[in-house]
Design a protein around this ligand. Structure first.
Ligand code: SF4
Length: 612
């Protein structure tokens, strides 16, 4: 460190504020905030900040500027603005230019109406949403309009009409333009619509019921029918939304999925306890801790024109959680909490969001799939003998050695070829010996030396690779490339390998090649890596589904063990006769008696037991 920098750090303020790290030319490299600027800066140079990017950043720092603030919250706001303005290279910069849709209802208008708008303004109108797409917002409007028939025309048309328009003819507007509804009745409609949009459907339904009864008592059956239909429509939506949360709060639940330096984040949007949609953030390509990425994203996202819910649910805690919550509370004008639940409904919602993030990542990648390019890259990067036109991949599935099975999937020209899928029931291995099982499966497949592939792939690390290589040697097959793919999971803060139910999994797949000590990292060639991952996942899925099938059959058969008076010999006879336990379950008492050794009493017991 230069003397200049050393002096500057020595005299840095010990108060809250923002620091700007610059390179020798004055370009801003990084903007950060701190409760105590001096000790925060020291952490960079003293080696106590373990973030991956820190050594690279520190080696480029030529100067540091400080801006002191009154509070840490002010520092956070300033940091956010400076990051937006300068987009420093070492900050996690989150781009989100997408706009959201809102439904606007201005109670000050003469005969208010629904309007679809992109950005809410501070103009005294009510805004409902956000809806992540115009489609979802329009869908809500399509639903609202017949139940709460507010006018759809503009102000000029409202004042200029001499006769109602078609909307009135088809029952979608009570025609305030021509005085066919009085202001108080129209106002009632607006209030009901507002209650619905605010998520107070239950209270609204109770109120509407009271009004319907009143109308019926007054013998105003026309009004009663309108109210009855309105109640039915609202109740139908309530039913649809019942899948949502127990607590009727507004929450944004963030799911994160990471693979190497790629992070996919999505937020499940919950309003008044109902899931109303999902916000998908663009793929972020940056290393670093998940908590750091989340912190940057949360600050940037809620800084925009976006609705702030009462609760933000995250899969990992953030260092500056309290100050962000305080800032959001100020912005919203009501308490906002940021939580990381480990159990209960919150954890279940988080798991759902996490799964969504993973699915989005995978589907996005699938969409960008390019088998041609992938095969070319694989050949180059793994130094294969030939282009892997036909790839066969193997996986093993068992629980503690029980019901062990193996699977083989075939990909031709980078695409699955289901006719080439095979499954194997392990015959020769006792106990949970995955290597021996893999040996058996590969030997059964390649022993006949028929229809050989260009590339053999096994799920596993060096051990599995060694097995595959020795099988090829034992069956004397040459000229085929063999690789193994292994998933490595790690990278929890502090290097811990313990993982809570909601913590973010970071997957790193590595490729093992014969004769090479260290695995190959293909993360810089995602097209190639993704093809291998897809093939491995497919082999895994195929093995697991076969294993499950066998397990279900065994479980079903073990049901017969519990039938009183049915010994082993009779059970075997029954299964042999019907072939499958499901057929036993469907059999009549008379059919059961057709089995040798099964009398009337036993047949009745089997029949009654299986129905119970
Ligand atoms: S009936 Fe009148 S108030 Fe209703 S939409 Fe038509 S013009 Fe507007």
């Amino acid at each position: 460190m230069s003397d200049y920098l050393e002096q500057k750090i020595k005299h840095a303020p010990r108060s809250p504020g923002v620091y700007l790290m610059k390179d020798a030319e004055g370009g801003i490299l990084y903007v950060g905030k701190a409760r105590d600027i001096r000790s925060r800066i020291r952490a960079y140079f003293g080696g106590t900040d373990s973030r991956v990017m820190v050594p690279f950043l520190v080696s480029r720092i030529g100067d540091i500027d400080f801006i002191v603030t009154e509070t840490e919250k002010e520092a956070l706001i300033l940091e956010n603005n400076l990051i937006k303005e300068h987009r420093p290279r070492y900050n996690v910069f989150f781009r989100d230019d997408k706009t959201y849709f809102h439904i606007r209802l201005d109670p000050r208008e003469r005969f208010p109406r629904f309007q679809l708008v992109r950005r809410p303004k501070k103009d005294g109108a009510r805004y409902f949403g956000p809806y992540p797409s115009s489609g979802q917002a329009r869908e809500t409007l399509r639903f609202l309009q017949p139940i709460f028939p507010l006018r759809t025309c503009g102000n000029a048309e409202l004042s200029g009409r001499k006769r109602p328009c078609l909307e009135h003819e088809i029952g979608r507007c009570p025609a305030p333009c021509c005085g066919l509804i009085d202001a108080a009745a129209y106002d009632g409609l607006v209030k009901d619509a507002t209650a619905f949009l605010e998520g107070r459907e239950k209270g609204l339904v109770a109120d509407l019921r009271g009004r319907m009864q009143g109308a019926a008592e007054r013998m105003d059956f026309e009004a009663a029918v309108v109210l009855r239909d309105r109640i039915a429509a609202i109740e139908a939506t309530l039913e649809k939304q019942r899948m949502a949360t127990v607590a009727a709060t507004d929450q944004d639940v963030f799911g994160v999925y990471r693979e190497d330096d790629m992070t996919q984040i999505c937020a499940v949007l919950i309003r008044s306890g109902n899931i109303i949609g999902q916000k998908v953030f663009p793929l972020i390509k940056v290393g670093g801790e998940t908590s750091e990425i989340l912190s940057a994203l949360i600050k940037r996202f809620y800084d925009g024109e976006v609705y702030i819910p009462a609760e933000i649910v995250l899969p990992e805690d953030m260092e500056d959680r309290d100050v962000i919550a305080e800032w959001l509370t100020d912005k919203k004008g009501r308490a906002v909490s940021i939580v990381t639940p480990q159990k209960g409904r919150g954890a279940a919602l988080l798991a759902m969001a996490q799964q969504n993030a993973k699915n989005i990542f995978r589907t996005e990648r699938l969409a960008k799939d390019n088998p041609e390019e992938a095969l070319k890259l694989l050949m180059e990067r793994l130094s294969l003998k030939k282009r892997p036109e036909r790839i066969e991949c193997f996986d093993i599935s068992n629980i503690g050695g029980a019901l062990a099975v193996g699977s083989m999937v075939t990909f031709v020209s980078g695409l699955p070829d289901k006719a080439g899928y095979r499954r194997y029931k392990i015959r020769t291995v006792e106990g949970a010996d995955d290597y021996a099982m893999m040996y058996e499966v590969l030997k059964r497949r390649y022993g006949k030396k028929e229809n050989l592939p260009d590339l053999i792939m096994v799920d596993g690390g060096k051990g599995q690779l060694g097995v595959a290589v020795s099988v090829m040697r034992d069956v004397a097959v040459e000229g085929i490339d063999v690789i193994a793919i292994a998933k490595e999971k790690s990278d929890l803060p502090g290097g811990s390998r313990l993982r809570g139910p909601t913590q973010v999994a970071k997957d790193h797949d590595r490729i093992y090649l014969p004769g090479r000590k260290n695995p190959v990292n293909l993360s810089r060639f995602p097209t190639a890596l993704f093809l291998l991952q897809r093939i491995r996942d497919e082999a895994h899925r195929f093995a697991v589904s076969y294993h499950r099938q066998l397990r279900d059959k065994r479980d079903a058969e073990s049901l017969l063990d519990a039938v009183p008076g049915l010994g082993e010999a009779k059970k075997k006879a029954v299964l042999q006769y019907f072939g499958d336990v499901s057929h036993v379950g469907a059999a009549s008492k008379e059919d059961l008696q057709k089995v040798e050794g099964i009398g009337k009493a036993t047949a009745e017991q089997i029949y009654d037991f299986l129905r119970k």
